[in-house]
Design a protein around this ligand. Structure first.
Ligand SMILES: [Mg+2]
Length: 175
């Protein structure tokens, strides 16, 4: 019988995107909203340029718990990473694949790239993701176990949506 499949998001679950972004823009990590990049003023185009430059993705720090999380899940599941490439970066695909091999021991063939919008189409028996806007559609589409890996205080609308759609919230142990 095939083993069940675990889908793991990368940024916010395995890699500390927030910390790298925080260092880049000089704002404390706890003050950075998840959608910070969506509301950038045109004068902050340099932020996107920096993220799209060589080695930005490669230099992201893994969360201290992440490798252990992957290894524990791997005792029961086929672990695959479901991650969205950063739009506009010519380096992101290769650097992410290399990062996942180096820090998590995950082979390139187990890395699935899909935009946030399309993540819901990817099958898994369990999905761990830090963005409710990706996870709620996934849960509705797949009807499988969905875990929101959350950093910081949980906004009311997030808790409400999680309750409504049957998503479990787990707090990131190293915010
Ligand atoms: Mg994420």
């Amino acid at each position: 019988m095939p083993r069940p499949i675990a889908l793991l998001d990368c940024d916010g679950v395995l890699s500390n995107f927030r910390l790298s972004l925080s260092k880049l823009v000089g704002v404390a990590p706890e003050k950075l909203p998840l959608d910070y990049l969506k509301d950038l003023h045109p004068s902050q185009g340099w932020v996107v340029d920096a993220i799209c430059s060589a080695n930005w993705c490669a230099n992201m720090e893994p969360y201290p718990y992440a490798r252990n999380l992957v290894e524990r899940l791997a005792t029961k599941y086929d672990v695959k990473v479901l991650t969205a490439p950063f739009a506009g970066s010519p380096y992101w695909f290769d650097e992410r694949v290399a990062w996942l091999k180096k820090h998590m021991g995950i082979a390139a063939e187990d890395v699935i790239f899909a935009s946030g919008k399309n993540k819901k189409y990817i099958y898994g028996d369990i999905c761990i993701e830090d963005n409710i806007d990706n996870l709620a559609p996934w849960r509705e589409f797949q009807q499988k176990t969905a875990i929101l890996w959350h950093t910081g205080p949980v906004p009311q609308h997030t808790r409400h949506l999680a309750d409504q759609t049957g998503i479990r919230i787990v707090m990131n142990p190293n915010p």
